[in-house]
Design a protein around this ligand. Structure first.
Ligand SMILES: [Zn+2]
Length: 163
């Protein structure tokens, strides 16, 4: 009788624990405010948006040397995303960056990070009419909808052959 009472209870508590563990595996918790997210990328974004002055624990596990700069570039995309803008030109990012960070960034250096970090995708390239001046447009991760960039009549779209 003692056994038959113990066993179901033991089982029940084990099941609860397993259940809790399973839940934790699927949840990603903010270490600053405790908010939980199903996907790590949502938590990563949460850190940038809600705790912009604190270090982002999920930022750039690879290429950590320039993690701060790359993190700032990602932040720019998140900021524009609030206005439903998902595609940004290199110039837009450059302006946004240099308005906020005193060390600033050159367009050349910015282009380098946009080209070499896999989270950034080049979605459009164009050349200014009658010049050799080109501009590229980027997204952070894959776009959900079609590329919707309104380039003015002064720009001639250049096919994205190589990167
Ligand atoms: Zn939080």
């Amino acid at each position: 009788m003692g056994d038959s009472q113990k066993n179901p209870r033991g089982k029940a508590s084990r099941t609860t624990e397993e259940g809790r563990q399973t839940m934790n595996e699927h949840k990603h918790e903010c270490k600053y405010c405790g908010e939980q997210f199903d996907e790590e990328k949502m938590l990563k974004k949460h850190y940038y948006v809600e705790h912009p002055k604190k270090p982002n624990p999920l930022s750039n596990k690879i290429g950590r040397k320039y993690g701060r700069i790359v993190g700032n570039i990602e932040r720019c995309f998140y900021a524009y995303e609030k206005s439903n803008v998902a595609v940004l030109s290199t110039s837009q990012i450059e302006s946004w960056y240099n308005e906020r960070y005193k060390n600033g960034i050159t367009k050349q250096r910015l282009s380098h990070f946009l080209r070499t970090r896999s989270q950034f995708r080049k979605v459009k390239k164009a050349r200014f009419k009658s010049t050799n001046l080109t501009e590229s447009w980027w997204s952070l991760g894959d776009l959900e909808g079609p590329v919707d960039v309104d380039i003015s009549g002064y720009w001639v779209e250049v096919p994205l052959v190589d990167n």
